[in-house]
Design a protein around this ligand. Structure first.
Ligand code: FMN
Length: 342
């Protein structure tokens, strides 16, 4: 089957599976890995519009990206149209393809300042924010929504329609309410309704745990793209296996332990390249735990990984755990032989 293309404004997304923005997780290494496994779109997550305007060095560091991950979106948050507009102007000179506005984040740091999920309760302000962003850029502006603030105020399908009129080029929807957090199930019927209400692409998010879930979401809701979040943690095969299912109607086998470890090492290498050894070692604690999940002795390995101070130590733990490291590797300087230049 030929790959379906979706256009978000002028940006072509050449497969229906994308990596969801996950704050603190979808760093540049995760995005590059996801991309290499077939994610058609990735996002730099949750950048404060205000911090951008204030020139925060830490915030600008989060914007570092690589040509290989394009198309890439930057997700910003904020509750003031003029600040959003200024932040978008700053982003105009960055090599990114689209700007996403977060209207779903429930954490107080975001939703407590009129941004994130708070905007679900203030549709007029939400539209002003989108209009301000659209007026400040030629890049497509998209919005990521939750279902609504709480069970009694579910409004995503109607809000999506309003945001389209305000100039949004696509809507991503995680159909749980802000009050729900991650409890209960994502209500995919709201994705169906949203898709019926708008003429721009709709990206479905929520409870896609397997390639079959992804196919089911596409078929059941009619959404254009499926977003994978938690199921992609330490599991970039979520993308390749979903694409295989969609394109060839085949369910590819789960990756072997060796494949998982090789990919984990690649992940480490990329983190070291972009963020330095110290940050990489800290970040790899989380990622490595996901990569080894389900393997024999994973709990013990996780404990050791959490005590590790260098990526080399982390990889040693995994190496010992699997006990089947390639001869060529150990005779060639340990894990470094897997280093790639990507
Ligand atoms: C750890 C974590 C961080 C997240 N950070 C963001 C974020 O920065 N921006 C956002 O729009 N959604 C964020 N989300 C929500 C996801 O993008 C996604 O909509 C949600 O997890 C449902 O998808 P899933 O069932 O595939 O996990 C985050 C989710 C998780 C688990």
């Amino acid at each position: 089957m030929e790959r379906a293309q979706t256009r978000i404004g002028h940006v072509e997304v050449d497969a229906p599976v994308v990596l969801a923005p996950m704050s603190g997780i979808t760093d540049i290494a995760s995005r590059l890995i996801a991309k290499s496994f077939g994610a058609a779109l990735v996002y730099i997550p949750l950048i404060s519009a205000k911090a951008l305007c204030l020139g925060s060095r830490k915030t600008f560091d989060l914007l570092i990206s690589d040509a290989a991950e394009r198309p890439v979106g930057v997700q910003i948050f904020g509750g003031e149209p003029d600040i959003i507009a200024r932040a978008v102007e700053i982003l105009n000179s960055h090599p990114i393809d689209l700007i996403d506005i977060n209207m779903g984040c429930p954490v107080p740091k975001v939703a407590g300042h009129a941004g994130g999920a708070s905007l679900l309760r203030t549709p007029k302000l939400a539209c002003e924010i989108v209009a301000a962003a659209v007026g400040s850029t030629n890049k497509p502006v998209t919005v990521k929504l939750r279902a609504g603030w709480d069970e009694s105020t579910i409004n995503a399908p109607e809000l999506a329609q309003m945001l389209e009129k305000a100039g949004a080029s696509a809507i991503a929807l995680h159909p749980r309410t802000k009050a729900q957090g991650f409890a209960g199930k994502a209500d995919w019927s709201l994705i169906t309704l949203t898709k019926k209400n708008v003429n721009i692409p709709v990206i479905g998010s929520g409870d896609v745990h397997s390639p079959n879930d992804a196919r089911q979401m596409l078929e059941e809701t009619g959404c254009d793209l499926v977003m994978i979040a938690r199921a992609a943690q330490g599991n970039p095969w979520a993308f390749s296996r979903t694409l295989t299912l969609l394109e060839r109607n085949e369910l590819a086998p789960e990756p072997s332990q060796s494949e998982r470890l090789h990919t984990m090492v690649r992940h480490c290498t990329l983190l070291v390249k972009y963020e330095g050894e110290r940050t990489a070692a800290l970040k790899m604690r989380k990622h490595a735990a996901w990569y080894v999940k389900g393997m024999k002795n994973a709990a013990k390995a996780r404990e050791k990984i959490n005590r590790s101070k260098t990526v080399g130590e982390i990889i040693d733990v995994c190496q010992a755990m699997v006990g089947e490291w390639h001869e060529s590797c150990s005779s060639d300087g340990g894990w470094k032989c897997f280093a790639t230049t990507d």
